[in-house]
Design a protein around this ligand. Sequence first.
Ligand code: SF4
Length: 347
Amino acid sequence: MTTTATGAVPRADGQPADGQPASPDAVEDAALGASPTGEGASGEGAVGSGPAAPGDASVPGQRFVGSLSPSRAADFVSCPLKYRFRVVDRLPEPPSPAATRGTMVHSVLERLFDLPPAGRTPEAAVELLPAAWADLLAREPELAAMFPDGEALEAWLASARELLAGYFALEDPRRLAPAARELYVEHVLGSGLRLRGYVDRLDEATTPDGLALRVVDYKTGRSPGPAFEGTALFQMRFYALLLWRIRGVVPRELRLYYLGDRTWLRVTPDESDLLATERRVQALWAAIDRAHRTGDWRATPSKLCGWCDHQSRCPAFGGTPPPLPVAVGAGGPLVDDADPAVCEAAG
Ligand code: SF4
């Protein structure tokens, strides 16, 4: 049975933060927080620790029809044309301050667990920010152009510090020993569809009931309204399905932390949930494949258009899409990029 909840996140020891409700599963929190497996447990199969480049973990001779990550699946659900622009046309998108801030905050939260537990303080997290920003700039020097002056840059950095403060309002990292961070996971279904993505954090512990896994994802946006919670949790179930197929264990808990408004969502999946997720993923892929074969990528306007970089070429906004790339239109497998999960502005 699946349950979802939203609200302020309990501390990892299961004790409520000031004025907030206690964890519904304090014992599990404590067990998962004090992982006996320690840092760097990498699991097996296609699970890898660290932001390694995605590889093809399919078995030689196995049929491969394409690949799908949770973020691109969400793109197709919200607007097939946006999916086309990103995956089929592979059109470049300019960096945005919100997405770049998400990447930077994720990097800080990943590095935070390199510190000894006692040193994982809010001040230490803030001290990690300049290095994370410098690394991003070294990789993509054009990011500097997002800020017209030092004042704009400082305001942006201040907003990142605020998000880090939001993280510490939700969780005490001194109590945790993640098994993996920025974990690349990949699995090829029997249909030949490769599922893959990056898990922000995986906590694991050996309990009397066996191995317990907790999947944690950080969002630097605000929590969605009730109507969109299902979409947000689909991503988590997608990861849970992957881990179940790879590790043979249904994750005990999936957590989404929204640093923007300091709230959380959680779900405790079971096998029937994950089987339903697999059916949904397969149905989604069938729809993507149909669009790919027919070239019918429908524009589906919504409030998310405000975050879309492709309005100028979108028929819903009077634009004209470019011709489909010939090689891809001829029927090659669709492969999406499965970037590390980053909080998007709409998130
Ligand atoms: S502007 Fe809106 S309708 Fe057009 S491609 Fe982007 S998300 Fe889709």
